[in-house]
Ligand binder design. Structure first.
Ligand code: ZN
Length: 501
């Protein structure tokens, strides 16, 4: 490699890392807003955020990056494979940031804020009609954005690709159709079963003890608390990057499993970030692939691992020790059934891991129709309710519990929902692969050991950064294309013994 190429590459890395560091500062402001902000300090925080957004944009969209990229692209043959990966992704990120005129970005930012309030009000008042103008505007902006970036003929594919690189509506459609075919009859079978798990078994679990227990669990799983922490917020989330991860949870005295499992979920996200190579932080070699793969990590730890019998063989005695009076009348069988309860609900965020996928299929179907212009915003509630009845077997009594329930569209986040279900499919496929690679893995869990699993995930996935796209990493790790077969098999193996025997 010639000296000027080598210099250009290291200059590019320096620029990317600087932009990333600024992003992490911005991220801390956002975390602080959710966790610590005094009630009357929202205005100054909004101003701080606006300035930081500008600073971050300037750093990431700097003209020097364009000229460095051009230099490196014109000497493609001289670059190593990893350097090509970095240049390719840096180009993609840079173009997506700079091809949108600032007037468009400003208009969209204004709409995101006002549409959020319109959505929150419409939901509170159960008044979908008042939300229609905002939704239409967001759809129009989404099409415009796709067009500006050269995806004018495939706006919905653009939206999907934004969250899961390389994915298209057609691929998602094929995966979901096969999943749906197996899943709907299975859910119907479970519902027809006389076996019902009671989830109302928990009362008066002191928050302080819950906090200790979930700390013990997440630490055992492998979350590194020397470069991360967990706090309380209204909605759980995970933010930050490898060197400093900020997770949140919430507590209810009568729902100890809610905070536990949501913390484990965020821990899965956090451990993915902690596993990305620290030296490459801020460059595509130290970044996550996309939403679907991220979600596969959180779901794998939350579902395949932490809802398993082996996991509870180890943690149940500890749970009882922390909560002796609260669990005195609770049998092991009832606890395990509560952990794995299947109960269809109208609300996606309350759904169990079996029926959750149906909620996503509904949203994917609706989004596709909107982007194909087969459905008008005005007709959304009717279409939603019809699909809800077909897919979930439940019809929302009002829009608040139907089409208005999710925040995503109010932020213009179309094409985001499929990632959740893609994550579930990837998690299941990894689950079968890792157990083939590491015999007796579940007996580790029964001893409270999770290191072999985490090391496998680190080597196979986390250390790869963005070297592969969503489908590519699955193929690379499992040797097969992504398939819903594994999710169907896993759900059957986990839930048939509980419901169909
Ligand atoms: Zn998640």
């Amino acid at each position: 490699m010639s000296a000027n190429i080598s210099t250009a590459y290291s200059q590019l890395i320096t620029k990317l890392k600087r932009a990333h560091l600024l992003e992490t500062v911005f991220g801390l402001l956002g975390w602080d807003e959710q966790v610590n902000l005094p009630p009357d300090s929202a205005d100054i925080r909004a101003e701080q955020a606006a300035v930081m957004a500008e600073v971050c944009h300037e750093a990431a969209a700097h003209g020097d990056i364009e000229s460095l990229l051009q230099t490196l692209e014109s000497s493609h043959a001289e670059l190593t494979a990893d350097q090509r990966t970095v240049v390719r992704h840096a180009r993609r990120d840079y173009d997506r940031l700079t091809k949108l005129p600032s007037s468009f970005v400003a208009e969209r930012a204004k709409w995101v804020s006002s549409a959020y309030h319109a959505w929150a009000q419409a939901k509170a008042a159960n008044d979908f009609a008042s939300y229609i103008p905002s939704l239409k505007k967001h759809l129009e902006l989404a099409r415009k954005e796709a067009e500006l970036l050269g995806w004018g003929d495939r706006p919905y594919d653009y939206m999907i690709d934004k969250h899961d690189p390389g994915m298209t509506a057609e691929k998602v459609n094929a995966l979901f159709s096969e999943l749906k075919e197996g899943l709907i009859p299975f859910v119907r079978q479970i519902l027809a079963s006389p076996q019902r798990a009671s989830t109302r078994l928990f009362q008066g679990f002191p928050v302080e003890e819950q906090r200790h227990f979930l700390r013990e669990v997440t630490e055992k799983l492998g979350f590194d608390y020397r470069r991360g922490r967990i706090d309380v917020s209204l909605h759980p989330f995970c933010s930050g990057s490898g060197a400093d991860i900020r997770m949140t949870t919430r507590f209810h005295e009568d729902e100890p499993l809610d905070s536990l499992f949501s913390s484990i979920h965020e821990t899965g996200h956090g451990m993915y970030e902690q596993g990305l190579p620290l030296a490459d932080q801020g460059t595509p070699l130290g970044q996550a692939i996309g939403m679907g793969v991220h979600e596969s990590q959180s779901r794998l730890w939350e579902n395949q691992v932490s809802r398993s019998q082996a996991f509870w063989n180890y943690f149940e005695p500890r749970f009882r020790e922390r909560f002796p009076t609260q669990t005195a009348a609770l049998t092991s069988d009832a606890l395990y059934r509560a952990i794995n309860a299947v109960e269809p609900t109208l609300i996606r965020v309350d759904a169990d891991e079996v029926t959750y996928n149906l909620h996503i299929m509904l949203r994917f179907e609706v989004e596709q129709q909107l982007f194909r212009r087969e459905l008008r915003a005005e007709d959304l509630p009717a279409a939603w309710n019809r699909l809800s009845s077909d897919i979930l077997g439940l019809t929302p009594p009002d829009d608040r519990r139907g089409v208005l329930q999710d925040v995503h569209w109010s932020g213009g986040a179309f094409g985001y929902f499929p990632s959740y279900c893609i994550g579930n499919m990837i998690a299941a496929q990894l689950w079968y692969k890792v157990r083939a690679d590491l015999p007796d893995l579940e007996s580790d869990f029964a001893r409270g050991e999770f290191g072999r699993l985490l090391t496998w995930l680190r080597t196979q996935i986390h250390h790869q950064g963005r070297r592969f796209d969503t489908m590519g990493i699955v193929k690379q790790v499992t040797g097969e294309e992504l398939s819903p077969r594994y999710l169907l098999r896993y759900l059957r193996e986990r839930y048939a013994p509980l419901y169909l025997n």
